[in-house]
Design a protein around this ligand. Structure first.
Ligand code: ASP
Ligand code: MG
Length: 242
């Protein structure tokens, strides 16, 4: 099976119109004969909104309940995207972290992935389903829901790409790659066609919000190459991180 993993962040799945664009990218790969596993974030600012609501209740939330709350945004996205794919004539199935399962330690709010199951996903792909997985979440050994830290869906995508030996891992976002400076501030900023893990890590540590620091570390450790590209620019070639 030629498996590819695609990840779409919050701004790429913010509303139904955007989810339709996401569908076109997925279906394009399916038509090439690829088996596609899609990881998604919560829609738009959903996670921020949940945290704001939590703050109305307590300034010092129980860490377990915090993860129980902030993990729910992704569930909405996976269900909607799977429905849309079916509406477009492509069979699909959505999975939460625990259903995969993505097993983590119990470090609530910033959990580390210990193990990823592949059986369920491989069986679904073998029966020609597009698999949609909720990013950012997992389950610990006591069956508590955990989250991987803000921006953690990137990490989910890398962990799955590694486990499934995917031929590529594409991270779709709202910029068409990695720039030397913020292209919204400097219009002439240089875009990289290729960048090393170490350079990317240095940029993540300096506050570039393109890829989660943990995700780049995991990609380096597992030698998963990442393609960062735009959801909204047709034929975006993006930046390869390897
Ligand atoms: N929804 C989560 C967050 O906002 C995870 C992610 O976007 O990757 O941090
Ligand atoms: Mg995000």
């Amino acid at each position: 099976m030629e498996i590819i993993v695609q990840k779409y962040g919050g701004s790429s799945v913010a509303d139904t119109e955007k989810l339709k664009i996401v569908c076109t990218h997925i279906i394009k790969e399916v038509k090439k004969g690829k088996k596609v596993v899609v990881v998604v974030s919560a829609q738009g600012k959903t996670t921020d909104k949940l945290i704001k609501e939590e703050q109305e209740i307590t300034k010092n939330p129980c860490k377990r309940e915090h993860d129980m709350l902030v993990s729910v945004g992704e569930q909405i996205t996976i269900a909607k995207l799977s429905m849309l794919l079916k509406e477009n004539g492509h069979d699909s199935i959505s999975y939460l972290g625990w259903q995969v399962p993505i097993i983590t330690d119990s470090n609530f709010g910033d959990a580390n992935i210990l193990e990823v199951g592949d059986e369920k996903i491989l069986n679904s792909l073998a029966s020609d389903k597009i698999v949609i997985v909720a990013g950012f979440q997992g389950i610990d050994k006591e069956y508590n829901i955990t989250t991987l830290g803000r921006g953690g869906s990137d990490t989910t995508a890398i962990a799955l790409a590694d486990r499934l030996k995917a031929e590529k891992c594409e991270i779709f976002t709202d910029v068409d790659g990695v720039y030397a400076e913020d292209p919204n501030i400097n219009k002439n900023a240089k875009k990289y066609d290729k960048i090393s893990y170490d350079k990317m890590l240095e940029m993540a540590n300096n506050g570039a919000k393109i890829l989660h620091n943990k995700c780049v570390k995991l990609a380096k450790e597992k030698n998963v190459s990442i393609i960062v590209k735009s959801t909204f620019i047709e034929e975006s070639t993006g930046t390869i991180v390897e």
